[in-house]
Design a protein around this ligand. Structure first.
Ligand code: GTP
Ligand code: MG
Length: 311
């Protein structure tokens, strides 16, 4: 085994940082580290925090992390989206607490770019989360700004997905109606210090009452992340959801679904890379031109490209 991996497994945070960088660079070295570490993952409770821009996700993440630290738990945090790393709202909004967290050996934070080459979450997010999990953190929190698709992807990766809403914006109910509510395991009404929080809670309750009978109803919690209010209740609700997953057999099902989705998505990427490597720019440009001119249909063009590697 790699000396770096040995140090990692012994709890060395610098080894953790280096391995994450290797994994993010998608290098062969990163893959090798991941291969050795992967059997150590699968123990952390992965929490996804998603919602609209500025909903208070980073502030909530920081406050939730502080709550877990009070409970003696350790955590890794991944902020996905280069436009809102922890240098933005959370640090400005709650500088002291976030600084305390960055100095705390029980917390490890990392920001990463949100987009992969094919759109959607960067493929290495799953890997970074697996590395943090293998390091032995009790919780790994992933913060992503919601734009429909990202929320669905984060829900595949997280065991507990928290959808953050704000009173008085009106957008949320629209988004929720569009089906995003289905991915939420817990609904949070943050900025409960603003007027309209109770109205939003009732609206959400009404919406949830339309769910099919027998389906699990996600709890709705009010938080004021900025003042660290409502966080004990949120941490409790996350714990209850974890227990529900384990008891209902849903945990196994989610893990299997996530594994299937990951394996197929990596396989798709490998094939695409091989196709790109086997195809000259001229051939691609020529095919694209013929499709654009409607002389060739896109399926036949794609078949021809695939034929360059699959014979
Ligand atoms: N009044 C009030 N303001 C809050 C609360 N939580 C967060 N905020 C403020 O809302 C703003 C956005 O907070 P962030 O935590 O950066 O929100 P975010 O969802 O992470 O934002 P993006 O990552 O940029 O989408 C900041 O000014 C916070 O101080 C709250 O409970 N009450
Ligand atoms: Mg943020």
């Amino acid at each position: 085994m790699d000396e770096l991996v040995e140090r990692f497994l012994a709890g060395d945070r610098r080894a953790l940082a280096r391995i994450i960088s290797r994994v993010e660079s998608e290098s062969g070295e990163g893959r090798e580290c991941l291969r050795q570490l992967y059997p150590h993952s699968g123990k952390a409770h992965i929490i996804g925090i998603t919602g609209g821009a500025g909903a208070g996700k980073s502030t909530l993440t920081g406050a939730l992390a502080a709550e877990y630290r009070r409970r003696g738990k350790t955590l890794g945090i991944v902020a996905v989206d280069p436009s809102s790393p922890f240098t933005h709202g959370a640090i400005l909004g709650d500088r002291i607490r976030m600084q305390e967290l960055t100095l705390d050996p029980g917390v490890y934070m990392r920001s990463m770019a949100g987009r992969g080459a094919l759109g959607g979450l960067a493929p290495t997010i799953d890997d970074v989360v697996a590395v943090m999990d293998a390091f032995g953190f009790d919780y790994v929190i992933i913060e992503t700004v919601g734009a429909g698709q990202d929320e669905v992807e984060i829900a595949g990766l997280a065991l507990t997905t928290i959808l953050v809403n704000n009173p008085g914006t009106g957008d949320d109910i629209q988004a929720l109606k569009a089906g995003i509510i289905e991915i939420a395991d817990i609904l949070v009404v943050n900025k409960a210090d603003h007027p309209g929080a109770d109205v939003l809670v009732s609206q959400l309750q009404a919406l949830l009452s339309l769910a099919p009978a027998g389906a699990r109803r996600p709890p709705i919690l009010k938080t004021t992340a900025l003042k660290a209010e409502g966080l004990a209740e949120l941490a409790d609700a996350i714990g209850e959801h974890g227990a529900y997953l384990a008891q209902s057999g849903e945990l196994e099902r989610r893990r299997a679904d996530d594994a299937r989705q990951q394996v197929l998505s990596i396989a798709r990427q490998i094939l695409l890379e091989r196709i790109r490597a086997a195809t000259s720019e001229e051939e691609l440009a020529e095919l694209v031109l013929r499709v654009a001119a409607r002389k060739l249909d896109p399926h036949s063009a794609a078949e021809q490209l695939a034929g360059n590697v699959l014979r």
